[in-house]
Design a protein around this ligand. Structure first.
Ligand code: G
Ligand code: G
Ligand code: MN
Ligand code: NA
Length: 253
């Protein structure tokens, strides 16, 4: 069990690392984005996944400090990759309390300025629940982010307990269809119907669609045939470290 005290030490000792999972544009078949996913290199316990410490971070409030580290590191990575000549967006996950944090946008702006990066290289991922529970707070942050050129995606789309009304009110760019809908898409006609409908709805709302958890060629074919815009999943790559991600970029160019 991870306790708050260990997490404080981890922040102080800089024990976190950002992994990147490639996102592939279906039209070009090239990587055009990466989702930043945090890992904890624990000195004794080894590599710890976010599911085992993000909930503790959220309960203790440490998510603000960890989230700032993620933002700062993502900006460094965006700079490094763009200086190598690649046009790759870095997409960051935001917890509900980060979205509610009044200082988040100024922190983000400062990191963008310090690293001299184009804000269009950054994307924010928020879940449906955040958009609905804290509508006006989310609206404030997301519209500011989009005004400076960042993009915004709805993560785990389809799994929240929310109505769709936020889709017509909020400034958004992408829906990320949760991997639970993709998992059985080849065999399950209901999943096929849901994914087709989500893609059609998104396109009518001028949103792009990313499918998460794509693991097989059959799943990919269905998504290609149904005009999905981009895909992410173990079929292409697991989340990997930055050096390895850059190696992949060099191989595809
Ligand atoms: O990378 P992995 O599949 O283990 O991630 C598990 C969960 O942790 C996912 O829901 C993901 O959104 C979340 N997560 C990963 N990195 C971050 C992060 O930097 N900040 C927040 N808030 N959540 C993250
Ligand atoms: O909730 P969010 O979408 O941010 O979570 C991303 C998580 O999904 C990461 O922990 C990542 O490791 C995991 N993931 C990414 N691709 C796949 C996949 O193809 N299959 C499965 N089972 N998990 C995946
Ligand atoms: Mn995500
Ligand atoms: Na997801």
């Amino acid at each position: 069990i991870i306790i708050e005290q260990e997490l404080r030490q981890a922040i102080k000792n800089n024990e976190f690392e950002l992994y990147l999972q490639p996102i592939i544009d279906i039209k070009t078949n090239c990587i055009n984005k990466a989702e930043a996913l945090i890992r904890w290199n624990h000195p004794v316990k080894g590599l710890i996944n976010p599911d085992d410490f993000i909930p503790v971070a959220e309960r203790s409030g440490l998510i603000i400090a960890i989230g700032e580290w993620v933002i700062s590191r993502s900006c460094q990575i965006a700079k490094e990759i763009s200086e190598l000549g690649f046009n790759i967006k870095i997409s960051m996950n935001l917890s509900p309390s980060q979205v509610a944090d009044d200082s988040l946008f100024s922190y983000l702006s400062a990191c963008i300025y310090d690293n001299e990066i184009n804000p269009c290289l950054l994307e924010l991922e928020v879940t449906e629940d955040v958009l609905v529970d804290d509508y006006s707070v989310a609206e404030k942050l997301l519209s500011k982010a989009r005004t400076i050129g960042m993009s915004v995606s709805v993560d785990d789309f389809g799994t929240g307990y929310s109505s769709l009304s936020y889709l017509k009110k909020l400034p958004l760019d992408y829906l990320k269809i949760d991997r639970t809908f993709i998992k059985e898409i080849v065999a399950d006609d209901n999943d096929k119907a849901i994914v087709r409908a989500v893609i059609a709805m998104a396109h009518n709302l001028n949103l792009c669609v990313t499918a998460e958890g794509v693991e097989t060629q059959e799943q990919l074919s269905f998504l290609v045939d149904n005009a999905c815009n981009s895909v992410q999943g173990y079929m292409f790559s697991r989340p990997i470290n930055v050096d390895y991600f850059i190696k992949l970029l060099n191989e595809q160019s």
